[in-house]
Design a protein around this ligand. Structure first.
Ligand SMILES: [Fe+2]
Length: 147
């Protein structure tokens, strides 16, 4: 299979993705850039080592970002006041990390063509996640802040 990046449309940050919480927004932008980089690095000549490095960085950054959001949830009483929302939100974080781990396993086993659908998943995940559960969290934090 020939992998080209011609049909990849990079993520562009939009105001619709803004949670209104600066630290979250900045980290989301970084995360988007990292997935863009992962995509653009995926060519026929990319060595598995290079791609492993990129996905390792993506995974560590994602985990760091989820920790930031999850400590904000605790700090602002989100977990106590909106337990169902918080539970679903945290579950989505775990799901994302599991997919990145899957990318890395696929790379180790050399299944090149299986990487694209997983990257597509990550791209769609970030778009949906930031505009749904992260917006809810952002709104909650902003309400607490304004009191
Ligand atoms: Fe989140």
């Amino acid at each position: 299979m020939i992998v080209t990046n011609n049909d990849y449309i990079p993520f562009v940050w939009s105001d619709a993705m803004s949670t209104g919480v600066e630290v979250i927004d900045t980290q989301h932008q970084n995360l988007l850039n990292m997935v863009n980089d992962a995509y653009s690095s995926l060519t026929e000549t990319t060595s598995p080592v290079t791609f492993q490095r990129i996905t390792k960085e993506l995974l560590s950054y994602a985990i760091y970002h989820f920790q930031t959001e999850e400590s904000l949830m605790k700090e602002y009483g989100y977990v106590e006041e909106r337990p169902d929302e918080a539970e679903l939100h945290i579950k989505e974080h775990r799901d994302f990390s599991a997919k990145v781990v899957a990318v890395r396993k696929t790379l180790n086993s050399g299944g090149h063509q299986e990487i694209i659908p997983i990257l597509e998943f990550l791209k769609n995940w970030i778009t949906t996640h930031t505009q749904d559960v992260d917006l809810k969290l952002g709104k909650f934090i902003q309400e607490k802040e304004s009191r």
